[in-house]
Design a protein around this ligand. Structure first.
Ligand SMILES: CC(C)(COP(=O)(O)OP(=O)(O)OC[C@H]1O[C@@H](n2cnc3c(N)ncnc32)[C@H](O)[C@@H]1OP(=O)(O)O)[C@@H](O)C(=O)NCCC(=O)NCCS
Length: 294
């Protein structure tokens, strides 16, 4: 493997992306870097972890920043040929070096849906709830009794849905007061044969350095949106990122994120995405607002 290099794709329109098809069957206008990110995500989440393809791409992809790490991989295109009598090479081996995507990560800007309730189950990014009660109808069967139901909206959900930009309050957790804007690290994946070489670490360092250099990138612009749409009464109400990062970690990856400085948010409990147990983790980057946006 040659020295890996990393590409960044800033938020981009992905209209026309068909979530029922793999990255190889998408319209020509979808940016190459995003298709490369999806190549890795399909290999890791869909093929390895068995998440349905249709749930892998989601509405956050267009508004996120994506980092993709590539490696130069040499492969033989035509094998060497030798004279069977003399053993001399009659045709040298032919090879080509290609850059292949081997890892990816995304940062989703605020706002976010409410924190997942502890014990909840998400199927296709939709929150389900199994109340544990047996179905009491006469046509009762096990399949019906076990089927999760859509969760009832809480007052927090209703308040957030009613706002133009849902910056409304969320349930407070151990590291989040329920109000502060935070960005979310996600879709971290490295192709199996490249694991254990600090590829994920390189992605994290690239994303962290970029966030530290662009702390106001995701802050909404009052000039573009206006105070009314931001539901801001004064400058102090305008959402402004102050370095807080969340990640929804698969339980098996907690130790990795802890090495990067994240801490498990006990107040968020545990929930399941496509059957995989997840916990919430937070850390705060030490950012300086060099160019505050008004
Ligand atoms: C998790 C994943 C991205 C790690 O990729 P990677 O390139 O092998 O990770 P790195 O080599 O950068 O690991 C960095 C450090 O974390 C450790 N680490 C990596 N994965 C770990 C894990 N699952 N549990 C505990 N420690 C882990 C490494 O040993 C390394 O420690 P070190 O710095 O002391 O040597 C990769 O295993 C993967 O794609 N897994 C499947 C998808 C997944 O689970 N994604 C996370 C979703 S929340």
């Amino acid at each position: 493997m040659g020295t890996p290099f990393i590409s960044l794709l800033e938020p981009t329109r992905l209209d026309g992306y068909d979530n029922t098809k793999p990255h190889t069957a998408q319209p020509a206008h979808i940016p190459r870097v995003f298709l490369d990110a999806m190549e890795v995500r399909e290999a890791v989440f869909v093929e390895e972890q068995k998440v349905p393809l249709a749930f892998e791409y989601d509405a956050d992809d267009a508004r996120s920043c994506h980092w993709v790490v590539y490696a130069s991989v040499n492969r033989t295109t035509e094998p060497e040929e030798r004279d069977p009598q003399t053993g001399e090479v009659t045709k040298p081996r032919k090879s080509e070096t290609r850059s292949v995507p081997i890892g990816t990560m995304r940062i989703v800007p605020f706002p976010h849906p409410p924190h997942p309730p502890s014990g909840a189950r998400y199927v296709g990014n939709v929150l389900q709830e199994d109340d544990g009660k047996e179905d009491d109808s006469s046509s009762h069967d096990n399949a019906t009794a076990a089927r999760p139901r859509a969760r009832t909206l809480t007052s927090v959900d209703t308040e957030r849905q009613a706002s133009a930009l849902p910056f409304g309050a969320d349930a407070p957790t151990t590291y989040h007061d329920g109000k502060e804007p935070y960005v979310k690290l996600g879709r971290l994946a490295v192709i199996p044969m490249f694991r254990g070489h600090h590829i994920a670490g390189q992605l994290w360092r690239a994303a962290k350095a970029w966030l530290e250099e662009h702390p106001t990138f995701f802050d909404p612009s009052v000039t573009e949106l206006g105070m009314d749409q931001l539901k801001a009464g004064g400058a102090g109400d305008i959402p402004k990122w102050n370095g807080l990062i969340c990640c929804h970690s698969q339980e098996s990856a907690v130790k990795l994120y802890e090495k990067w400085g994240f801490k498990v948010d006990e107040g968020m409990g545990k929930w399941y995405e496509e059957g995989i147990p997840h916990v919430g983790m937070f850390q705060r980057l030490n950012i300086k607002h060099m160019n505050p946006q008004v």
